[in-house]
Design a protein. Structure first.
Length: 338
């Protein structure tokens, strides 16, 4: 097996993905990638280890020190609440000439789990490592895991650009109820979400799956709202996924222009095969119409529970300005679609 790359090789370009971090040992795992590997990988967490990319273990401090003082930190960022098409949008934008789409590297999750006092040593180098591309004319687009939104204000340098993706609570909850795997994930993440939102919202203990999904929406949306509040010197665009699906060419163009990407082939990208595949596993078919059908069926089957969750969220918002802001944003979205 080849030896691990040098720090100079790692910082040179995007060939060596900064994939994972172990702060306890001060070591980082890097994985060898090319443009096509980035293009086809749904996620860059440990699932990528199932593929046959060469991985090396290197000291974090050595790589951080090798970053030049003028290293690029101009990556564009996507933060989201989960289950809102962020992988699809990141894939579509990655089809634009000059865009390197980097989807959910585990290292960002590792940094997000650090204490506030520890993070500064890692955030600044991470900004540079995830801004690396294969050419000077390329720009990196980084899509983070949903709970990384908690540190969005730290990750995105001042004056840089981030897209915040969400869905209305009714559509989000219905989409969770429509998928058995989503329901399992909901249960697995419930304890960590309860801890994350403990200082932002007080919600009653969920009595059913719909209420648990409503709590998840409240947790993730208030994380975005809190991040936006702490980022007044950044450029932030918001996108409701179901509104995007209603006009993907127009919405994709809006986002591409916001990020400063080329737009000449947007219509072809929006009409391409990615729109008909499940973005997290492209071997499966999935389409906007199927999403609408699944949400409609779940909503019809759980209407009473959904109404109860929305009432619960409205009540909790009386004592949570962030949740009140999130609900108001969702209401504006629904009004614009009606």
């Amino acid at each position: 097996m080849s030896s691990a790359p040098s720090a100079a090789e790692i910082v040179r370009d995007a060939r060596w993905l900064a994939q994972a971090l172990d702060p306890a040992t001060g070591m980082m795992r890097v994985i060898e990638m090319d443009r096509e590997a980035y293009r086809f990988a749904s996620f860059l967490d440990d699932r990528i280890l199932q593929e046959r990319h060469f991985a090396g273990i290197v000291p974090w401090s050595t790589v951080a020190q090798a970053l030049p003082s003028d290293a690029r930190t101009d990556a564009r960022w996507i933060f989201h609440i989960g289950h809102v098409g962020s992988t699809l949008v990141a894939r579509l934008l990655g089809e634009i000439d000059g865009v390197l789409s980097v989807r959910e590297p585990r290292l960002l999750r590792d940094v997000a789990m650090l204490g506030k006092a520890e993070r500064p040593d890692y955030v600044s180098p991470a900004q540079a490592l995830f801004s690396r591309t294969f050419g000077k004319d390329e720009v990196a687009l980084v899509k983070a895991t949903s709970f990384v939104s908690e540190i969005a204000a730290e990750l995105v340098p001042p004056a840089e650009r981030a897209l915040f993706m969400y869905a209305t609570p009714r559509n989000y909850i219905a989409s969770i109820l429509a998928g058995p795997n989503s329901v399992q994930e909901l249960a697995a993440l419930a304890p960590s979400r309860a801890l994350r939102m403990s200082g932002r919202i007080a919600l009653p203990q969920p009595r059913n799956t719909a209420e648990a999904a409503g709590a998840a929406w409240a947790c993730e949306m208030t994380a975005l709202e809190s991040a936006a509040e702490r980022m007044p010197d950044h450029e932030i665009a918001w996108a409701d996924f179901d509104s995007m699906l209603a006009d993907m060419p127009g919405e994709l163009r809006r986002v591409a222009e916001f990020f400063g990407f080329a737009t000449h082939n947007i219509d072809a990208i929006a009409a391409g095969p990615l729109m008909r595949r499940y973005s997290k596993a492209t071997e499966y078919e999935y389409s906007p119409s199927l999403r609408r059908d699944l949400i409609a069926k779940a909503e019809a089957a759980n209407r009473a529970d959904l109404d109860g969750v929305l009432a619960m969220l409205q009540s909790a918002a009386e004592n949570s300005p962030l949740l009140e802001r999130a609900l108001r944003r969702a209401e504006c979205t629904e009004s614009s679609r009606s």
